[in-house]
Ligand binder design. Structure first.
Ligand SMILES: *[C@@H]1O[C@H](CO)[C@@H](O)[C@H](O)[C@H]1NC(C)=O
Ligand SMILES: *[C@@H]1O[C@H](CO)[C@@H](O)[C@H](O)[C@H]1NC(C)=O
Ligand SMILES: *[C@@H]1O[C@H](CO)[C@@H](O)[C@H](O)[C@H]1NC(C)=O
Ligand SMILES: *[C@@H]1O[C@H](CO)[C@@H](O)[C@H](O)[C@H]1NC(C)=O
Ligand SMILES: *[C@@H]1O[C@H](CO)[C@@H](O)[C@H](O)[C@H]1NC(C)=O
Ligand SMILES: *[C@@H]1O[C@H](CO)[C@@H](O)[C@H](O)[C@H]1NC(C)=O
Ligand SMILES: *[C@@H]1O[C@H](CO)[C@@H](O)[C@H](O)[C@H]1NC(C)=O
Ligand SMILES: *[C@@H]1O[C@H](CO)[C@@H](O)[C@H](O)[C@H]1NC(C)=O
Ligand SMILES: *[C@@H]1O[C@H](CO)[C@@H](O)[C@H](O)[C@H]1NC(C)=O
Ligand SMILES: *[C@@H]1O[C@H](CO)[C@@H](O)[C@H](O)[C@H]1NC(C)=O
Length: 438
């Protein structure tokens, strides 16, 4: 339907026509597992707010967005109509949202003003994360099939020139509860696609992520999701084409369900990195990951922990010396296709010198870890190895099980680097052959 017809019908409150401009809430069908908490199912909203746009590609539309969010908060439905483009040039705090549907059918483009964003984006402290906006509140449904475009190319190029460039995360979430985010297209994030902190009972469903650099400077650190200080989060039925973790569980992520994802080009589904900051206690527990198809990746399932000594991954990524625990993590039903390590556990993250890593073993405990039903073929990267299981000591790291690991390297081997492991619990051929970590 033409936008003008739709808007006229909404203005005239012309029932059926007006309704057909609005998206229905998408059906959320968890499979193979149900989340621990029921999917939120709030009553119908009773008011519609249509977000205006300047539509000229240069004028900041954020005042229109904020005014629609305020007008429709507490029981309304906000529509970003199809075929409209919104330019955002101001960092917006959306943590006041309550009982609201955000129906994004159009396209939201973040401005390319890297100086403005570096000075004004929201700071999330952890790993210097910054975000374009901050989404939070209670009972928010976000859907509509529209696109959020992070205008990433300028950031990929700026970062290549200066690694201390603060690249915003596309979807920044702080303190979101009882909410559903579904049916969205996310493109060209400058950095992570989602960073979610202080949140609980949130479902992500049917999210389409992609964005490759068009220059020689690759799009780096484009994690699909990072969870932090959050619990009861479900991420499912999504397609992720990126260049860093497909999903990553950062400190204090508990009761997370990740299922039915197609990941291509990533660093796998990762716990960590943990133990990065001395004096902090990081907890990741009760994590269930199932039915993942992993292609062209560095890892399938991974747990990465810094050693108990300062180590450097790169100029802008250093750490080591922190404590904590990883407990009750299950990875099952993985299809592995051209992945460097199908499984990688390391307590030597950022430290290539294994002798040094063992001299300063991590105090961060790892226990009750299960990998089951993996199949497919790795890449040649670490051939003949298909996996690495490395604990810096056996006193705090163990109880690691791998069963039905039907993964081979391109030349047919089934070996894994094992350090401080109970080899009888691992369905791989353990060896001392060390070929490195990711
Ligand atoms: C930034 O975007 C504006 C349009 O909003 C465009 O005129 C300008 O050329 C862009 N600058 C760069 C460096 O891409
Ligand atoms: C999360 O909540 C804590 C405690 O209330 C607060 O200090 C922090 O700023 C919040 N946001 C993030 C990103 O950690
Ligand atoms: C994680 O939880 C533990 C235990 O409650 C707490 O000591 C630690 O400060 C928390 N870490 C973060 C980053 O919130
Ligand atoms: C597993 O995930 C794929 C998408 O990668 C999906 O098509 C399939 O239905 C899922 N299987 C189950 C049992 O949910
Ligand atoms: C997977 O990623 C590669 C680049 O790493 C890309 O060429 C390919 O098109 C992607 N596959 C899909 C299905 O998008
Ligand atoms: C392990 O975590 C799962 C959720 O992933 C949960 O259902 C189960 O109860 C947990 N087990 C224990 C022993 O806490
Ligand atoms: C993996 O990457 C190769 C080369 O970039 C590409 O041709 C292939 O389609 C990718 N696989 C998938 C499943 O996208
Ligand atoms: C965070 O920023 C500080 C100051 O620029 C820098 O020293 C540090 O390396 C950065 N850390 C990360 C993880 O990027
Ligand atoms: C690795 O660490 C050990 C112990 O600290 C040290 O003796 C050795 O020289 C280091 N090796 C390299 C290659 O740096
Ligand atoms: C597999 O390849 C590795 C090196 O890529 C080689 O060391 C090993 O002997 C090969 N194994 C077989 C069974 O061909």
């Amino acid at each position: 339907m033409k936008l003008s017809v739709c808007l006229a019908a909404l203005a005239a409150a012309a029932g059926a026509t007006a309704k057909s401009c609005l998206s229905r809430r998408p059906a959320i069908n968890p499979s193979p597992y149900e989340p621990r908490l029921p999917i939120p199912s709030p009553p119908k909203r009773h008011k519609v707010c249509v977000v205006e746009t300047h539509g000229d590609g240069v004028t900041d539309d954020s005042p229109y967005i904020l005014s629609a969010f305020h007008e429709c908060n507490n029981g309304g439905h906000v529509l970003f109509p199809r075929d409209s483009t919104y330019l955002i040039g101001t960092a917006m705090d959306w943590t006041f949202l309550r009982h609201i549907d955000l129906d994004i059918q159009g396209r939201i483009l973040f401005s390319n003003d890297t100086d403005y964003w570096q000075a004004n984006s929201f700071r999330f402290v952890f790993q210097n994360v910054t975000t374009f906006f901050k989404l939070g509140g209670d009972d928010v449904w976000l859907y509509g099939g529209g696109t959020l475009d992070g205008n990433g190319q300028i950031w990929y190029d700026t970062y290549a020139a200066n690694i201390y460039t603060l690249r915003p995360v596309l979807v920044g979430i702080d303190g979101l509860k009882n909410s559903v985010i579904s049916d969205l297209v996310l493109r060209y994030s400058p950095q992570y696609y989602h960073f979610m902190a202080n949140s609980s009972n949130v479902v992500f469903n049917n999210i389409d992520i992609s964005g490759f650099s068009k220059s020689k400077n690759t799009a780096k650190n484009t994690d699909g999701w990072d969870t932090y200080r959050s619990s009861d989060v479900t991420i499912m039925n999504s397609v992720i084409n990126n260049g860093d973790d497909c999903v990553s569980f950062k400190p204090n992520s508990t009761n997370i369900l990740v299922q039915s994802l197609f990941c291509n080009g990533s660093h796998g589904i990762s716990v960590g990195s943990l133990g990065q900051y001395p004096g902090e206690f990081d907890i990741v527990e009760d994590i269930f990951v199932s039915n993942i198809s992993m292609h062209n990746a560095s890892d399938g399932a991974r747990i990465k922990v810094w050693p108990n000594a300062p180590s450097a991954m790169s100029g802008d990524l250093q750490g080591g010396g922190g404590s904590g625990r990883v407990r009750n993590v299950t990875y099952e039903d993985f299809t592995i296709d051209n992945v460097d390590y199908a499984i990688e556990i390391t307590q030597c993250y950022g430290q290539k010198n294994i002798t040094l890593c063992q001299q300063y073993p991590s105090p961060l405990t790892i226990e009750d870890i299960v990998f089951r039903r993996f199949s497919g073929k790795t890449s040649k990267q670490y051939q003949p190895l298909i996996a690495a299981f490395a604990c810096s000591s056996s006193s705090v790291c163990g109880d690691i099980h791998a069963t039905d690991i039907n993964v081979v390297s391109p030349n047919g081997t089934h070996q894994a680097y094992c350090l401080n492991q109970d080899a009888s619990a691992l369905d791989v051929e353990c060896t001392d052959l060390y070929k490195g970590f990711n």
